[in-house]
Each structure stands twice: as structure tokens, then as C-alpha cells.
Write a protein that binds this ligand. Structure first.
Ligand SMILES: Nc1nc2c(ncn2[C@@H]2O[C@H](COP(=O)(O)OP(=O)(O)OP(=O)(O)O)[C@@H](O)[C@H]2O)c(=O)[nH]1
Ligand SMILES: [Mg+2]
Length: 431
């Protein structure tokens, strides 16, 4: 099965919690804090790998999770960092965040990589919270949360060269003689539905070739699964336009050429502008005296296309077609077409996140509960030890500094009212 689009869920590792621990030494009644930091959670990384051609693997495995960081330990020992998870994808994969529809990254070259979900930071151990007034901090920082998101992977490019044309003209046969691919070949229309890929090895150079389903008149309006097939054609760089020059199905090759090109053009001008080579196939059954090839040649050349006579059945002329395709690819590489730059977004960069420090304060109308919420607030809240006065004071100070209680008061907060932070509710008293 050929897969050029997939939807998967990724989840980075949670950061390990900082430890609360105190030195224990013989003859020392109260040692200082020695709780170590938690380890950072693993990142989810995407990396382009030229050995991959399709997104097929993602049909079978749809959930990807990096390792969490370990908690900090006594004696200032760090928790182990969670291992990153590197997900390999084919070159030309575009990764989009499903929720926002924004492109996260465009993996253009072999080895390109980016972090799609950052692991949570490791929490600080209580050793960091000792101060002149707080000799025995009974709290530590919680590890940063894991990030989960659903992403869409799409292949922008499936092959260097695409074989296009009417059904049954011999596209799959050409792929089978030019590469080690073994596509299904049969004497009926739409034998091929999903593209087959193969590597054409010309000794000094090689390229990936795709055999694409045949298109028919009206494909640009969706006839015969046209949208689906034209999209595949869009994802190749150079086209080999295969034509049954013998007219074995009763059509005229010159008309064939114009009809297919018209479908390409109607779908998008860019498609027709792709470099195109005309392969006049089935020369072996062209009857003597039939001038189809001469007419097609004149027509193709008038339109500015290189044309080659060939027979996939006998193998004659195949090399010439492949060499022509290789030359066109070479030319493309020398003067790369201007691609629209893709804007990418880093969702996880806390410094970039204008919302990180924001605290929302509102009254829930139906319950009358006053709510405080915010990313940094939640983080500090998770780090709070509610059995420890010092830890609670830290939280209160943070709320005070950010005028959070003040803002609730403006909304009507009075003594005895309920305040909620995350899932935790408590009664408010003024001291
Ligand atoms: N005589 C002759 N027959 C050919 C040649 N190339 C292909 N064929 C035959 O034409 C028929 C169709 O070949 P395919 O390679 O399946 O054609 P296709 O273009 O991939 O067809 P679809 O996948 O249906 O679009 C098969 O019976 C092939 O054996 C050729 O050069 N000469
Ligand atoms: Mg085929």
C-alpha cells in the first residue's frame, strides 16, 4: 500500500520531579536539604531519512511517546534524562499541527530534523530552595509537563520522476524494466491505483521513479479518481508522458497527448509547466506504414517537448528515455525552482509563548467559583507541598506579585468564597 499522508499522536516525556530530602549524618541532628533535580523528559524529534519513501509505517503505529525524566534523588543526585524519540520520515515530509493547522516544519533534506514536542524540564530539588530564612525547605519543583499533540505528516514529493498518461499505455511496464520494482501489469485499465516506486540506476546517476495511475478526460474534475492521481503527479519533479503510439486501443496518439496535457493544465498550470519528456511506447506493434510516430514527433516538438520512440516490451529505447529524464533532473538541480517558503512555528518555546506568564482570573457564573489559571501558575501549583508552610508561602507570594487575588476581589471575591486552581478548590480567607 502506498501512503503519502498520515496522522499520528506524539507525546514528549514528562520532566522528573525535584526531590525533597535532607542530609543524614551521624551526630548531626538536622542536615541541610540535599534533594537533587529531576531529569528532563525526552523530546519527540522528526528526522528526514533518504532511505524511506513512503509514510506506510505510520499506518500501523500511530502513537509515539518519548521517555519521561526520572525524579531527583537524595544526596543531590540528578534524575536520569528521558531518552528522546527520533521518528524517521522520508525526505520531503511536511509536518503540520492538527489543532492549529500550522506547518511545524518542512523536512527538505536528508538529515533535517526538528523537535516537534519538547520534553518537560526537570524539577529543581529542594537543595535550591534553601535560604537564610528557610533552612529546611520541605518542597521541591515538579517536573514540567509532557506535551502531546496530533500531527499530520504529508509527503510533498514522492519521486523524482513520474510516469503519466492514459490507462494501459505501459507505464507500469516501463517501471518494471527500468527498475527492480515489480508492479502489477495487465491488459486492462486502472491496473495501477497507488503509485509504485522504483530506483532507476543509470550507473553514474540514479533517481526515484513513480508509476502513477492512468488519468482520463475529466480527471481534473475528479473523473476516474482524477484528483487523487493528479495529486500524486504533483508530487514529482519531472514527467515522462507515456503514449501508446501504436493506437492499439483505437485512439489517436496526438489527441492523447493533448488531452492528458489539458487535464494537467486544468488541474494546475504548475503541473503542465513541469519538465516533460514524451515516451512514444509500443513501437514494437506500430504497423508498417503507419505514420503515428512521425505525426506525434512533429506535434511534440512543435510544443517544445523532447520525444523518444521506445518499447517497454522489447526494452528498446528505454535507456534513452531514462537518460533524458536524468538530464532534466540535473538541470532542475542546477537552477532550482523557487519554492514558496514555508513558515514554521515552534510551539514549545516557553520564552516565545506570550501566554506562559499570563494568569486568567474569572468567576464561573454557574457555580460561583472564582478561577485562576495559567501555565506558569499551574507549574508552581504542581510544585507546591500543601503540608509545608514555606511551600505554601511561595505560592501565595507568586499570586500576590501577580495581583491574582486582587483581580478576583475586583470580580467580587469575599471571605468564604471558593477559589479553584487546576482541580483543587479551597475557601478564601483574607490572611
Ligand atoms: N506490445 C507492447 N505491449 C506493451 C508495451 N508496454 C506495455 N504493454 C502492454 O500493455 C498492457 C498495459 O501495460 P501496463 O504497464 O499495465 O499499463 P499501465 O499504463 O500501467 O496501465 P494502468 O495501470 O491501467 O494505467 C499490458 O498488457 C502490457 O503488457 C509495449 O511496449 N509493447
Ligand atoms: Mg499501471
Amino acid at each position: 500500500m502506498f501512503v503519502d499522508r498520515a496522522k499520528i499522536t506524539i507525546r514528549s516525556g514528562k520532566g522528573g520531579n525535584g526531590a525533597v530530602s535532607f542530609r543524614r549524618e551521624p551526630f548531626v541532628p538536622e542536615g541541610g536539604p540535599d534533594g537533587g533535580d529531576g531529569g528532563k523528559g525526552g523530546d519527540i524529534v522528526f528526522m528526514a531519512d533518504r532511505n524511506l519513501r513512503t509514510l506506510m509505517d505510520f499506518r500501523y503505529k500511530r502513537k509515539y511517546e518519548a521517555e519521561s525524566g526520572a525524579d531527583g534523588m537524595k544526596k543531590k543526585q540528578y534524575g536520569k534524562k528521558g531518552a528522546d524519540l527520533v521518528i524517521k520520515v522520508p525526505v520531503g515530509t511536511v509536518v503540520t499541527d492538527e489543532e492549529t493547522g500550522l506547518v511545524m516544519y518542512d523536512l527538505v533534506q536528508d538529515g533535517d530534523s526538528f523537535i516537534a514536542a519538547k520534553g518537560g524540564k526537570g524539577g529543581k530539588g529542594n537543595v535550591h530552595y534553601k535560604s537564610s530564612v528557610r533552612q529546611a525547605p520541605n518542597f521541591a519543583e515538579a517536573g514540567g509537563e509532557a506535551k502531546e499533540r496530533t500531527v499530520i505528516l504529508e509527503l510533498k514529493s514522492i519521486a523524482d520522476v513520474g510516469l503519466v498518461g492514459f490507462p494501459n499505455v505501459g507505464k507500469s511496464t516501463i517501471l518494471s524494466v527500468a527498475t527492480s520494482a515489480r508492479p502489477k501489469i495487465a491488459n486492462y485499465h486502472f491496473t495501477t491505483i497507488d503509485p509504485n516506486l522504483g530506483v532507476a540506476d543509470l550507473g553514474s546517476t540514479s533517481f526515484v521513479m513513480a508509476d502513477i495511475a492512468g488519468i482520463i478526460e475529466g480527471a481534473h474534475e475528479g473523473a476516474g479518481l482524477g484528483f487523487y492521481f493528479l495529486k500524486h503527479i504533483e508530487r514529482t519533479k519531472v514527467l515522462i508522458h507515456v503514449i501508446d503510439v501504436s493506437g492499439s486501443e483505437g485512439r489517436d496518439p496526438v489527441e492523447d497527448m493533448d488531452k492528458i496535457n489539458e487535464e494537467l493544465k486544468q488541474y494546475s498550470e504548475a503541473l503542465l509547466k513541469k519538465p516533460q519528456i514524451v515516451a512514444a511506447n509500443k513501437m514494437d506493434i506500430l504497423e508498417d506504414g503507419n505514420d503515428n510516430y512521425e505525426r506525434l514527433k512533429a506535434h511534440a516538438e512543435e510544443k517544445g517537448y523532447e520525444i523518444y520512440p521506445m518499447s517497454a516490451a522489447t526494452g528498446k529505447g528505454v535507456k534513452e528515455v531514462l537518460n533524458a529524464a536524468a538530464r532534466m533532473l540535473q538541470r532542475l538541480e542546477e537552477e532550482p525552482v523557487e519554492e514558496e517558503p514555508v513558515e514554521t512555528f515552534d510551539f514549545d518555546k516557553e520564552d516565545n509563548d506570550p501566554d506562559y506568564r499570563k494568569i486568567e482570573a474569572y468567576k464561573e457564573e454557574d457555580t460561583g467559583v472564582y478561577v485562576l489559571s495559567g501555565k506558569q501558575l499551574h507549574k508552581i501549583f504542581d510544585s507546591t507541598n500543601f503540608n509545608d508552610l514555606g511551600s505554601l508561602r511561595y505560592l501565595y507570594k507568586y499570586l500576590e506579585k501577580n495581583m491574582a487575588i486582587e483581580r478576583l476581589k475586583e470580580l467580587g471575591l469575599e471571605e468564604g468564597d471558593t477559589v479553584r486552581i487546576k482541580d483543587f478548590e479551597f475557601e478564601y480567607y483574607d490572611d
